[in-house]
Design a protein around this ligand. Structure first.
Ligand SMILES: [Fe+2]
Length: 257
């Protein structure tokens, strides 16, 4: 098991989200461009990392510790991570089964990949976090079998859903993608949070503009503030984690706390 992003990806995402290139970051941080290039190339240098992190809104200690960070494994009965192929990467779908209810969050990239992993029979709903290609590939295949599909737009408009003893509450997570929704799932022993790509263990989804990056941070901050203690995060890429672990160990943590 590994994280979705390495520290190089985190630095690159922060630079892209803030619209800062290497010369600008060099200027802002007083760090030689060559040292920044070396960091981006995978050579961790604690002094250089400490120097550039303030200009990037990153937590230097968390960034430096990222190569050794993995959240505690989370095993909740009825919750299954479904890893699906996305070009050379992996994308998650999550199945939550409890009290005779079975829900699927996101549908992978390939049109039929999800069909080999999840039975559509008795599936109560497919709930979409955001419409990037790696999360909605299987929508039509599942819809063709009669599965109810709830888009991010419908979810945000509804605000709440009830499936048996499970109560879902949606939150706006626009930024990485707009619109995007996150789902809090209540009714199991511990609260679940399905955020799509808004947050990963040790990182967050990339944003193409400064405006989007700021929006992503603001919506995520507001969403996390609503979470119950012990809340488990089931992200769109990488392993499950907890809000408590991400508030401590995610290099972007200052942006969403
Ligand atoms: Fe995405």
């Amino acid at each position: 098991m590994s994280l979705e992003d390495e520290f190089t990806d985190v630095i690159a995402k922060a630079m892209r989200g803030l619209g800062i290139d290497v010369p600008a970051l060099s200027e802002a941080s007083g760090t030689a461009a060559g040292e920044i290039e070396a960091l981006l190339g995978g050579e961790m240098d604690g002094d250089a990392a400490h120097a550039i992190c303030p200009a990037l809104g990153l937590d230097a200690a968390a960034l430096i510790a990222l190569p050794g960070y993995l959240p505690e494994p989370v095993a909740i009965p009825g919750v299954r991570r479904i890893e699906l192929p996305y070009r050379q990467w992996i994308v998650n779908a999550w199945q939550v089964e409890f009290g005779g209810v079975r829900l699927l969050f996101d549908a992978g990239f390939g049109e039929r990949d999800i069909m080999g992993k999840v039975s559509p029979d008795g599936l109560d709903a497919l709930l979409i976090t955001h419409s990037h290609e790696d999360h909605i590939g299987g929508v039509e295949s599942l819809a063709a079998t009669g599965v109810r599909v709830i888009s991010e737009t419908e979810a945000l408009a509804a605000g709440k859903f009830t499936f048996g003893s499970l109560e879902l509450e949606t939150v706006d997570l626009s930024g990485h993608c707009t619109p995007a929704t996150g789902y809090f799932v209540n009714g199991l022993g511990r609260q679940l949070f399905v955020p799509g790509d808004a947050i990963f263990a040790g990182s967050m989804g990339g944003c193409k503009t400064r405006e989007a990056h700021e929006l992503a941070s603001a919506t995520l901050r507001a969403a996390l503030a609503k979470a119950a203690p012990g809340c488990i995060i089931l992200p769109g890429h990488g392993p499950a984690t907890t809000i408590a672990e991400e508030l401590a160990s995610n290099p972007f943590r200052k942006r969403f706390r």
